[in-house]
Design a protein around this ligand. Structure first.
Ligand SMILES: Cc1cc2nc3c(=O)[nH]c(=O)nc-3n(C[C@H](O)[C@H](O)[C@H](O)COP(=O)(O)OP(=O)(O)OC[C@H]3O[C@@H](n4cnc5c(N)ncnc54)[C@H](O)[C@@H]3O)c2cc1C
Length: 293
């Protein structure tokens, strides 16, 4: 194969950290391998001395609902997320975002943890998790810490998670309460290269006819998956009206730099897609929030 010499399948997080530590930066964490193996085979990455597979660690292949929220282990695949009734109920935008990733083969082995740890600006599952204000648990030699997912991205493919020494062990988000709903949509070219033109997700909480909490996430609109805080803030404090949604669109467009890309689309087309689809996603989230009353 040539991409690595040793392949480890640790049974516990502690064992995974010990093995990584032993290689002192010459080993790489691997989940489903749907990104990493493609990159390694294409020679985009230097060969590693070892791969440390964290997809089979006991207790991290499950989705659970605990006092900490809906908790997703790093071994959980996109297919498992899409098929989970609790995720559909409490984080529909995450289920929708994972459902568009690759084809069934990719979704059957690719993990949400790998999508987030890879830190690509257009990672679909990542955009879904961001709108839910998701958090990630990072385990390393000095222990474990929970961090907002939005704070882990530092550039295209660059993460605060040291993927040679640390493991993203779990992700979590607050279950939807009464009056909360979310939605995701991705615009793609119908044929040819499978690069997203724009992906977006939103979560709204509505109380007494007024939006009381909102979040919007989007990509690719810059070097990292974007948590659109200013636009989301502008939604709060009034009814879920078309006028209010259009105000949020204007704030989004004022805050992003949409590049023209021959593989994606022109800047004008990508802005038009935000103008068209963001109000629709917000309306869908509002409708679902109404249904969850
Ligand atoms: C044909 C094809 C189509 C695809 N389509 C899409 C698409 O439509 N949308 C999309 O978003 N993605 C797509 N992908 C990319 C990929 O499938 C996803 O990003 C997937 O979620 C990656 O998960 P994985 O478990 O396979 O990660 P891996 O390939 O195992 O790892 C990806 C990166 O994350 C690191 N990593 C993995 N798990 C952990 C962990 N627990 N802790 C720390 N670091 C970790 C690895 O070191 C590596 O840097 C596609 C890939 C292929 C091959």
């Amino acid at each position: 194969m040539g991409g690595w010499k040793n392949y480890h399948t640790p049974a516990t997080v502690e064992e995974a950290i010990d093995v990584l530590h032993g290689y002192d930066g010459r080993a790489r964490v691997i989940g489903g391998g749907t990104d990493l193996l493609v990159e390694t085979r294409r020679g985009l990455r230097r060969p590693y001395e070892a791969m440390v597979d964290v997809s089979r660690i006991a207790g991290l292949n499950t989705i659970s609902q605990t006092d900490d929220g809906i908790v997703i282990g790093c071994g959980v695949t996109h297919t498992e997320i899409v098929n989970d009734e609790r995720i559909m109920r409490h984080g529909q935008c995450l289920a929708e975002s994972c459902s568009v990733i690759g084809g069934p083969q990719v979704r059957n082995v690719g993990t949400l943890a790998g999508n987030v740890a890879h830190a690509l600006p257009a990672g679909d599952g990542t955009i879904g998790l961001l709108a839910l204000r998701g958090e990630v648990e990072i385990a390393g030699a000095s222990g474990r810490r929970w961090v907002p997912a939005k704070d882990t991205f530092i550039g295209p493919g660059k993460s605060v998670i040291d993927r040679h020494r640390e493991v993203l062990t779990r992700m979590r988000f607050e279950p939807a309460g009464n009056g909360e709903g979310s939605a995701f949509h991705r615009v793609m070219r119908p044929q040819g290269l499978c690069l997203p033109i724009i992906s977006m997700a939103a979560r709204l909480k509505i109380d007494g006819g007024s939006i009381t909490a909102a979040s919007i996430s989007m990509g690719p609109v810059g070097p990292v998956p974007w948590f659109a805080e200013p636009a989301a803030k502008a939604l709060v404090g009034g009814p879920p009206s078309q006028e209010r949604f259009e105000k949020a669109v204007a704030i989004v467009l004022a805050n992003v730099t949409l590049r023209t890309s021959k593989y994606r689309a022109t800047e004008e087309y990508r802005s038009a897609m935000i103008r068209t689809y963001l109000p629709l996603i917000l309306a869908a989230a509002a409708e679902r929030a109404g249904a969850a009353r």
